[in-house]
Design a protein around this ligand. Structure first.
Ligand SMILES: Nc1nc2c(c(=O)[nH]1)N[C@H]1C(S)=C(S)[C@@H](COP(=O)(O)O)O[C@H]1N2
Ligand SMILES: [Mo]
Length: 431
């Protein structure tokens, strides 16, 4: 097996047999157990591949791909990501690499349902706007720039399954921990301006989004994902057809050359490699819009309960959540005072308060919280905590939204593993 991995390379092995590759490298049995560390054989292999021993390998999180591999095509231009798989590519960002107020492109997570298109070239790209509109249009990226007002905004995108990795019993799908969220600065045109130019017909009630990626099965014409939003949501001015990320080109894995951004709602609405938006007079029923996809039980259920698919309801706005980006979990420090900081967001709402505890929730201190720099940007916060003596501490963060709803301790379990907004906790040892 060791030979297999050195002969073929890590990514080849991941492509052929992800379970086996994980087990070999990280010594974990299933996708739901992420606690593995590099085991002896895996460590030797990883060492051979980076060309040296890895003295601090015990600190390497499961699945963490060393930056020495960043030349690999799938993650070129990305850094600090933990890769779950490469077909399709799925990779999240460790909380400490989400520390910036605006997420650098290299740290923006990747969530692909299918195989990315072969070309990310803006030249010749066509975006079709049709369905229930008065004037169907085909637009180039230059047309977008010329015909519509160009806008820039920091917009937060979170995958609906972020935090799924902590579900017990586990829910199938990517075992995201904290890092399927980002807030890059995007430039593009407003979706509403484009829809208005096309003329929204009276009977249009839903959008439908199509991208240029292909289905894992390779079946021509079969879409990996096509989601849509109610027309009232679509007409909100913050939704963007974006052609730039952080003043540069959009990263190929983040949807170059053009993508949709529907901030505050599950990331799945934000179609990458956007080729078509059409308007419908029914709730869109494309792939990942039907069945149990992106749906929650109508009322809370006990962990493991079976829920009738037909009763499940579509997720719209994401909910109040926060992340601690400093300190990184597991650090040892001799400082009795440290700055704790991170971000908080609340879907269509705003965050009004963030509280920090270092005593397992007995007492809380208020952190200083910035207003969003524009609607649908995440909000940055910081505070200093003082540890009374040496020892093991946990820092907990709890945000509250504009309607007074706070993050819970416990996970609101649901069959598909969505919307885990339980408090983020990091471990600190002082001494
Ligand atoms: N065309 C296309 N768009 C897509 C997806 C996809 O698989 N194909 N994944 C969606 C999901 S589930 C999420 S969470 C976001 C993630 O955006 P990112 O990969 O740029 O971080 O893209 C969305 N847009
Ligand atoms: Mo997602």
């Amino acid at each position: 097996m060791l030979k297999k991995i050195t002969d073929k390379g890590l990514f080849e092995l991941y492509r052929k047999n992800p379970e086996e590759a994980d087990k070999l490298l990280f010594g974990r049995e299933t996708h739901s157990d992420r606690r593995g560390f590099l085991k002896r054989a895996g460590l030797a292999t990883m060492g051979a591949m980076v060309g040296a021993t890895i003295p601090f390998h015990r600190n390497m999180p499961a699945n963490f791909i060393p930056v020495a591999f960043a030349g690999q095509d799938m993650i070129k231009g990305k850094d600090g990501l933990t890769v779950f798989n490469d077909r399709p590519v799925n990779a999240e960002t460790l909380p400490q690499f989400l520390d910036d107020a605006i997420t650098p492109t290299k740290n923006h997570f990747i969530r692909n349902n299918g195989i990315a298109p072969e070309s990310f070239d803006a030249k010749g790209w066509e975006l079709r706007i049709d369905g229930l509109v008065d004037k169907p249009m085909t637009l180039s990226i230059d047309d977008l720039k010329k015909k519509f007002e160009v806008v820039t905004a920091a917009l937060q995108i979170e995958c609906g399954g972020n935090g799924r990795g902590f579900f017990n019993p586990p829910a199938k799908g990517n075992q995201w921990t904290y890092g399927a969220v980002a807030c890059s600065k995007w430039t593009g045109v407003r979706l509403v301006d484009v829809l208005k130019a096309a003329g929204v017909k009276k009977n249009a009630i839903y959008t439908a989004h199509v991208g240029a990626d292909t289905h894992l099965s390779g079946k021509p014409g079969k879409l990996p994902i096509s989601r849509g939003v109610p027309i009232e949501k679509a007409m909100q001015p913050q939704n963007m057809i974006a052609f730039a990320q952080n003043d540069g080109l959009i990263h190929p894995m983040n949807g170059a050359p053009v993508r949709l951004i529907i901030p505050g709602w599950p990331g799945s609405f934000s179609q990458k490699w956007l080729t078509r938006v059409y308007l419908r007079d029914v709730i869109h029923d494309g792939p990942k819009m039907t069945g149990a996809a992106y749906r929650l039980p109508p009322s809370p259920v006990a962990p493991g309960d079976k829920v009738d698919k037909k009763k499940m309801v579509l997720i719209e706005s994401m909910i109040i959540k926060s992340i601690i980006t400093n300190p990184p979990t597991g650090i040892k420090t001799s400082d009795k005072k440290i700055e704790v900081r991170g971000h908080a967001w609340a879907g269509d709402r705003t965050v009004k308060d963030i509280q920090i505890s270092i005593d397992f929730g007995a007492t809380w201190q208020k952190a200083s919280l910035d207003a969003p720099i524009n609607p649908y940007a995440w909000q940055n916060w910081r505070t200093e905590v003082a540890f009374p003596q040496e020892g093991y501490y946990e820092i907990w963060a709890k945000a509250t939204d504009s309607k007074g709803v706070s993050q819970p301790h416990a996970i609101a379990w649901n069959p598909k593993g969505y919307m885990n907004n339980s408090m983020h906790r990091v471990a600190v040892t002082v001494g």
